[in-house]
Each structure stands twice: as structure tokens, then as C-alpha cells.
Design a protein around this ligand. Structure first.
Ligand code: NAG
Ligand code: NAG
Ligand code: NAG
Ligand code: NAG
Length: 404
């Protein structure tokens, strides 16, 4: 699929016939020498401009790779031409995204669970799903051990799985595996990615209408100019991923069918954008600047390729207010009617950046042009909160009726 054109010294000599590089030999050795040097430099810039992707290789023959990288950075991304791979990727993606969405009566929502083993909230999900058979499907990626089930909706729903390492692209790979399975059922129109610590915050009908009739995919995406945001961008990612497009966001996403297809296709082993994050992001990778692959790959990818097709916030609530590496975990003592009312009524989201003491960016949750509550699911609930949540479930999910 990937056709890499080798940029050889042979090609360089071809470039000498370009108009810009032509000159007449004037009298006097000194001038000849100056003009030769000048034309070599300008030729070099022309080559680098036309073939930014391959110029690194060309560079190696001429000057150190350090100088070459500096040159690639210097080229403005908007002015450079896309490589064959980038053009191919963009054509496929535009093609997929331009097909009109279909909502049939039997459209289903695919619930895709990423978990190490047994899902602690199966009984709560069971309550949530009851009476809505035929409108959802369940897929489980259990990366460590075979789950024990408490709900018939979850039995035999495991897919083939593999190890998942925090911060590495393996998390994205697991998502892709879940999508590959969910995409085989053509009635799945909407895809909800969840972890073992996630709970439903709404009734099934509310959630179904919210997602099915929304005109965007719920992908978290924001610009963090600090060291844990675009500070994690690396020159290795150039030229395909310019720093100004580098974004951050929660891994837990809820794509619509077309974005799910794009995500699936774009994550194939050797594809352009994916491989940049796979190769250069992750704890333990040299000079990785703590780049967390699954926090940056999809937000950056969708921001570059379909910025208006995504919501920029995630429908899965998580509390970052403690400003640590991991979000706050809700414990049994936290679970009150008040907390759940707070979570379900929130209609603005906050993104905490790594600028200063953690500058905040607030934005309203706009659903098809109307301000609405932001969240359908909650994340980071301790397994011991199950009983309290089961007690409160019918109360906290009955509150709002949905009027379209
Ligand atoms: C998400 O952000 C991008 C740019 O940052 C913007 O163009 C787009 O309209 C936003 N999406 C929505 C649904 O507002
Ligand atoms: C709920 O929200 C109110 C207002 O923002 C806040 O004062 C209160 O502490 C919150 N309660 C809980 C349990 O989160
Ligand atoms: C979604 O709907 C809103 C309100 O009708 C509109 O402003 C927005 O452009 C739409 N977005 C897309 C991607 O169709
Ligand atoms: C159930 O919800 C109502 C309002 O929605 C509230 O007033 C009531 O206290 C709740 N009951 C319990 C047991 O929390």
C-alpha cells in the first residue's frame, strides 16, 4: 500500500535541468564559484520544497541530518505539497466522510468495552439495557483475563484481544479491534467506547436519541499549548503533523459510523498518521517527552482531517480537578443524589491545560445548535460504588425527558 519513492543522488542530477538552477558560466573563476554555490543552495531549497517527505534522504548526502531537519521545520506546512501517501489518505477519508448518514429504525449502538477482565458494573449496565433489545450490541476486549459475567447481555461477547499498555498505541489497537468487530454488523450506526470503570448516567432512550440524532462524532479535542500538550510534539512527526495541529483529548470516544470507519481504516498497520504516533509516542521511547499516544493520536487526526465533524468534548464525564496524571476515582462515599445531579446537569465542559498552574478552557456543550447537558456516561467509578449506584439508578436516570 505504501509506495516509498527513494530519493537518490540520481534524482538530484535531474533537478539540475530545472529553470531555476540554470546559469551561464561567466568569465572569471571566482564568479563561477560563487554562482555555483548559490545555485546549489537554491536548487537544494527547490528540492526540499517540492519533496519535503524525501528531502531528508537527499539531505544525508549533502549536509548533516540536523541541518536537514531544521530545513523541514522552516518550510511552512500550508505551502508544502502533500506526499503521495498523504494525498491517498486524504482522498480515502474525504470519500468515506462524504457519504450521507443513514438512520434506520433498527439502527443499533455498539457498546465497546475495554477492560482487563471482569466488568464491575455489568449489573448496572444490565439495568440500563433492559427492554431495549435490538437497539444495541455489546463487544468486550478483555486484555488480561476472561471476564466472569453477571448479565446475559455480556455473555460470549468477548472478541479476540491482546495486551494493552497505558500510554502506548496498543490502546488504539484495541479500539481498532473492537471497531473491526462492531463494523461487521451493518446495523451498528454509532459506537461507544467505554472502560471497565464507566457507568451509564442517563436512561437508554435519552442516550440513544442524543447520539443517534447528533450531527457530530463525540471526540474530545483541545489545544494545550503547555508542555503536556503541544510541548509533546516532536520533529519526527513533521511534515505530516505540523505542531499547530497537535491536539489532546480523552481516549474515550463515541464516533458515528463514518468516523468509526475512518478510524478503523486509518489505523491499519502502516498508515501515515498512525505510524508517527506508534513510533514516536509512548513511555520508554527515546526522547518521547511523555507523549501519550492514545491521548494525542485521534484528537490530532480528526482535528486535521475533519475539524467540524467532531464535538471537541467527550460524552463520558471524568474529573480532572485534582490535576494529577490520572483523573479522580469516585469512591462509595462520593456517590450521592447531589453528585449524580451535578454530573447529569452539567452543560459546560472544562479542559485543563498544562499552562501555568493549569489554565482552564471552558466551552458550552452545543448539540445540533442547542445548549444541552454534556454527559451520557461517567468514568472512574470504584467497583465498590456499584450497590449505591444500583440504588440510585432509576432515580438519577428518570429526571429529564428528551424532546427533539
Ligand atoms: C471543534 O473545534 C474546531 C476547531 O478547533 C472547530 O472548527 C469546530 O467547529 C468545533 N466543533 C464544533 C462542533 O463546534
Ligand atoms: C454540585 O455542584 C455544586 C455547584 O457547582 C457544588 O457546590 C457542589 O459541591 C457539587 N456537589 C457535588 C457532590 O459534587
Ligand atoms: C450541526 O447542526 C448545527 C445546527 O443546525 C449546525 O450549525 C452545524 O453546522 C451542523 N454541523 C454539521 C457537521 O453538520
Ligand atoms: C429522587 O429524585 C428526586 C428528584 O429527582 C429527589 O428529590 C429525591 O430525593 C431522590 N430520592 C432519593 C432517594 O435520592
Amino acid at each position: 500500500m505504501k509506495a516509498v519513492k527513494r530519493w537518490s543522488v540520481g534524482n538530484l542530477t535531474d533537478m539540475a535541468s530545472l529553470p531555476g538552477a540554470r546559469y551561464r558560466a561567466p568569465p572569471g573563476r571566482r564568479r563561477v564559484w560563487i554562482i555555483m554555490v548559490l545555485s546549489l543552495i537554491s536548487m537544494f531549497f527547490i528540492v526540499a520544497y517540492m519533496y519535503p517527505h524525501h528531502s531528508k534522504r537527499a539531505c544525508n548526502y549533502m549536509i548533516s541530518s540536523r541541518g536537514c531537519k531544521a530545513l523541514a521545520d522552516w518550510l511552512p506546512p500550508s505551502l508544502r505539497e502533500y506526499s503521495d501517501d498523504e494525498i491517498a489518505a486524504r482522498v480515502v477519508i474525504t470519500e468515506i466522510l462524504s457519504s450521507p448518514p443513514v438512520i434506520r429504525k433498527n439502527s443499533k449502538i455498539a457498546f465497546m468495552f475495554l477492560t482487563p477482565g471482569t466488568l464491575p458494573f455489568e449489573r448496572l449496565w444490565d439495568r440500563f439495557f433492559q427492554g431495549h433489545e435490538g437497539k444495541f450490541s455489546v463487544y468486550i476486549h478483555a486484555s488480561k483475563e476472561r471476564p466472569v459475567h453477571y448479565s446475559s447481555y455480556f455473555v460470549n461477547r468477548e472478541i479476540r484481544s491482546d495486551e494493552v499498555v497505558w500510554g502506548r498505541i496498543s490502546m488504539v489497537d484495541a479500539e481498532r479491534r473492537l471497531l473491526a468487530n462492531a463494523l461487521r454488523d451493518p446495523s451498528n450506526q454509532q459506537f461507544v467506547l467505554l472502560s471497565d470503570s464507566c457507568i451509564p448516567l442517563r436512561s437508554f432512550e435519552y442516550m440513544y436519541n442524543y447520539l443517534m440524532y447528533s450531527n457530530v462524532s463525540y471526540v474530545d479535542c483541545f489545544d494545550d499549548p503547555g508542555q503536556h500538550g503541544s510541548g509533546r510534539h516532536m520533529n519526527h512527526m513533521l511534515p505530516e503533523i505540523p505542531k499547530k495541529y497537535f491536539r489532546k483529548g480523552a481516549q474515550i470516544l463515541t464516533p458515528k459510523l463514518l468516523h468509526a470507519v475512518v478510524h478503523h481504516e486509518a489505523t491499519m498497520a502502516d498508515s501515515l498518521y498512525y505510524s508517527k504516533f506508534r513510533d514516536y509516542c509512548g513511555p520508554g521511547i527515546e526522547n518521547n517527552k511523555n507523549c501519550i499516544a492514545d491521548e494525542h493520536y485521534l484528537p490530532t487526526f480528526f482535528h486535521m482531517l475533519d475539524p467540524t465533524g467532531i464535538s471537541n468534548w467527550t460524552v463520558t464525564q471524568v474529573d480532572w480537578s485534582e490535576r494529577k496524571w490520572h483523573p479522580k476515582t469516585y469512591m462509595p462515599e462520593d456517590i450521592t443524589h447531589e453528585l449524580l445531579t451535578n454530573l447529569t446537569s452539567a452543560d459546560t465542559v472544562v479542559h485543563v491545560t498544562s499552562v501555568g498552574m493549569g489554565e482552564e478552557i471552558w466551552m458550552p456543550c452545543i448539540w445540533n445548535g442547542i445548549k444541552r447537558p454534556c454527559y451520557l456516561f461517567g468514568r472512574k467509578f470504584h467497583p465498590d460504588t456499584l450497590d449505591k449506584l444500583l440504588d440510585l439508578f432509576s432515580n438519577y436516570t428518570r429526571s429529564v425527558t428528551w424532546n427533539l
